[in-house]
Design a protein around this ligand. Structure first.
Ligand code: MRU
Length: 344
């Protein structure tokens, strides 16, 4: 069992994903500012995990806020929420989680400071539990799509490490294995942060699920040779028309899959759907530190001043997506209609 994030009396405990797979280090954060920094610096990452971390960060900030009056807590709460909202812009789960905490605050406000503190902790724990439950449900529904003896390509890490547990894309794979299917997973390395080679391979190896690491530029080669049967990835934000923001490189994989007539599936909870945006052009793409490209694990691999771009995500147009597996059912094209029906 992988403990990505946990609430303890001492604070929020996270497995430091920057150090995997070489070191398993758990860090305890006792201040909400530290939780925000942990999200920003990718100690924890992956859309659903970021949402749970933000919720726990808010609960922690309010628990530790040294105020007595409700008016002072209102002001402190606004600052805490803004700090967490300012960490990473692309995954909608972060903002979804903050909105959920805000509505608990509003509902509990008249009961006073202590009741709010307790209600926010309870809500963040519920979000943690519900995320695992929705991943299990996604797995149950999605594994039906996976053929026997499937050779499955995945990109980035959409596993237990990217969620409260079990995973979205990797949850579907886990469920297929639990249903008795043999699978072989191909994990794209996923430059520059190496979520595939460092995290996906680590967690699948832990579970004894066969996984082969390939570099990102090898995916087309294996597809063309007929060695990939399906692709399954997670998502950071899904627009109302089914356009999908996910880790940089996902778009290339989706185009290659269509060219090679391979199904391209996205697995994500409905909390990743942003029905307010009509299409993917409205999704803000996070730009990260160029040093993530200039260095690997701190070791320079380019000239120090090499000009670099580092968008962390891209948007895959819905025409490349064969199905979106959610915790409420599987949406298929045309997505505008099928997504709307899921959200009713
Ligand atoms: O930059 P990251 O590591 O947070 O990006 C993560 C991804 O792109 C995942 O595929 C996505 O969040 C889905 S995780 C279940």
């Amino acid at each position: 069992m992988i403990h990505t994030i946990e609430w303890k009396d001492s604070g929020v405990v996270m497995l430091d994903q920057r150090l995997l797979p070489r070191q398993e280090v758990y860090r305890t954060y006792s201040r909400y500012q530290e939780v925000a920094e942990a999200i920003r610096t990718m100690v924890i990452r992956g859309a659903p995990a970021i949402g749970v971390a933000a919720a726990m960060g808010i609960a922690l900030g309010v628990k530790n806020s040294p105020v007595d009056s409700i008016e002072d807590l209102d002001a402190a709460f606004a600052i805490i929420c803004d700090t967490l909202a300012g960490t990473r812009p692309t995954a909608v789960n972060l903002f979804w989680a903050i909105e959920r905490m805000k509505s608990v605050y509003a509902r509990t406000r008249e009961k006073g400071v202590d009741a709010i503190r307790q209600a926010l902790i309870t809500e963040s724990l519920a979000m943690h539990r519900q995320d695992i439950e929705s991943n299990m449900e996604m797995g149950r529904l999605g594994q039906e799509l996976i053929p026997a003896n499937a050779r499955i390509l995945t990109h980035c890490n959409a596993g237990a490490l990217a969620t409260a547990g079990y995973g979205t894309a990797l949850g579907v794979i886990r469920a297929a294995v639990n249903a008795g299917k043999q699978v072989q997973v191909f994990a794209d390395e996923t430059r520059p942060f190496l979520q595939g080679s460092r995290l996906t391979a680590w967690e699948l190896n832990k579970d004894g699920i066969p996984v082969t690491i390939i570099t990102d530029n090898m995916a087309g080669h294996f597809m063309k040779k007929g060695e990939i049967d399906c692709v399954i990835v997670g998502a950071d934000r899904i627009a109302a028309n089914g356009d999908v923001a996910n880790k940089i490189g996902t778009y290339s994989v989706a185009v290659l899959a269509k060219e090679n007539r391979i199904p391209f599936w996205v697995a994500a909870p409905v909390s990743t759907i942003d029905p307010k945006i009509p299409d993917g052009s409205f999704i803000k793409i996070e730009e990260r530190d160029p040093d993530e490209v200039r260095k690997i694990q701190g070791i320079p691999i380019t000239q120090d001043e090499a000009v670099v771009e580092n968008p962390a995500f891209d948007v895959t147009p819905h025409r490349y997506v064969s199905a979106i597996i959610t915790d409420r059912g599987i949406a298929r094209p045309p997505f505008t209609e099928s997504i709307r029906a899921l959200l009713l």
